[in-house]
Design a protein around this ligand. Structure first.
Ligand code: HEC
Length: 143
């Protein structure tokens, strides 16, 4: 081969190598995507543990995203302060696991009407111990 031929061959090989590299990285991107785009909570449920302080749990579970950083409510979702009269620890855990089953009460019909753009998601994939800690924390909030 002449010198120019060697150059052309080298460049072609390089392009081919880059192409292969691109394809292989794209594949791994696609494989990782489903995990990153699953519903809130699911994605990080493995890192959420009942050893963490409740303030951190409500942030990592995404509660603060709708109910506000201090959980005093936003235009999307109601305040979670002073909910004690309406909830026991056990009912609250059940609610977090399956909010749909509470939606037919008149209080929830009002809440649904007041916050029509968001709906309280289910956290059934989260460890019950974690939900118990969150429930204790919510019951303790007063404002
Ligand atoms: C996507 C927004 C959103 C997220 C995230 C969210 N909520 Fe809610 N939550 C709502 C809405 C909206 C309501 C009012 C009922 C409805 O419209 O579904 C509600 C209602 C509630 C209620 C009932 C309030 C009452 O007055 O009895 C509790 C308790 C509650 N959420 C706790 C939580 C906790 C704890 C988390 C996190 C684990 C959380 N929410 C995450 C939107 C959200």
């Amino acid at each position: 081969m002449t010198k120019p031929q060697i150059w052309v061959a080298t460049v072609l090989v390089l392009f081919f190598a880059l192409y292969i590299l691109e394809i292989s990285t794209k594949r791994t991107d696609e494989q990782e995507k489903p995990a990153a785009t699953t519903a809130m909570g699911q994605q990080s449920s493995s890192q959420i543990s009942a050893d963490q302080p409740p303030e951190k749990l409500v942030a990592s579970l995404g509660c603060t995203g709708c109910h506000g950083g201090d959980l005093t409510g936003t235009a999307m979702a109601p305040s979670l302060h002073s909910i004690k009269p309406n909830w026991s620890r056990q009912r609250l855990i059940n609610f977090l696991r399956n909010p749909e089953s509470y939606m037919s009460s008149s209080r929830f019909k009002e809440l649904r009407a007041k916050y029509p753009n968001e709906i309280m998601p289910s956290f059934s994939n989260i460890d019950v111990k974690v939900l118990g800690k969150v429930a204790d924390y919510l019951i303790s909030l007063k404002k």
